[in-house]
Design a protein around this ligand. Structure first.
Ligand code: FES
Length: 132
């Protein structure tokens, strides 16, 4: 899991990349696009004044989808180990009880969930994934 502002905690490809670099006012770099495996996902922690929050970043080619790492079934993180997610065939499955969501919309499509994942507005610019 990438923890912004704490580069030592990174578990994906190591680099000299500075994840906590500020860009335009109001946007923040989460990671480089190539740090997310195509068809897979990583977790990042975004610090905030209220203690921060965890996001799931899912990649499909040049597109990235971001959701809060909180399952709507029972409020647990979806990963089976920190920053490791069950992603297959365009769906992400919560490791706790098996709720399944589409990568592209976060909608619940199976298992014990009634609501979808909560999306986070992001953009990919110049090979970087930014949160707005
Ligand atoms: S907490 Fe995710 S399926 Fe139950």
């Amino acid at each position: 899991m990438l923890i912004l502002g704490q580069p030592a905690a990174r578990t994906s490809a190591e680099s000299n990349y500075e994840p906590d670099r500020m860009n335009e006012p109001g946007s923040r770099t989460l990671c480089r696009l190539d740090e997310i495996p195509d068809g897979g996902a990583i977790g990042v922690t975004v610090p905030s004044a209220t203690g921060g929050f965890d996001l799931i970043l899912l990649r499909r080619g040049e597109r990235v989808f971001a959701y809060h790492n909180e399952c709507p079934h029972a409020g647990r993180n979806l990963d089976y180990a920190p920053g490791s997610f069950l992603v297959r065939e365009g769906r992400i499955t919560c490791a706790v009880h098996g709720a399944t969501f589409t990568v592209e919309s976060g909608a619940c499509v199976g298992g014990p969930c009634r609501n979808g994942l909560v999306a986070m507005p992001i953009e990919v610019r110049d090979g970087e994934v930014l949160v707005r």
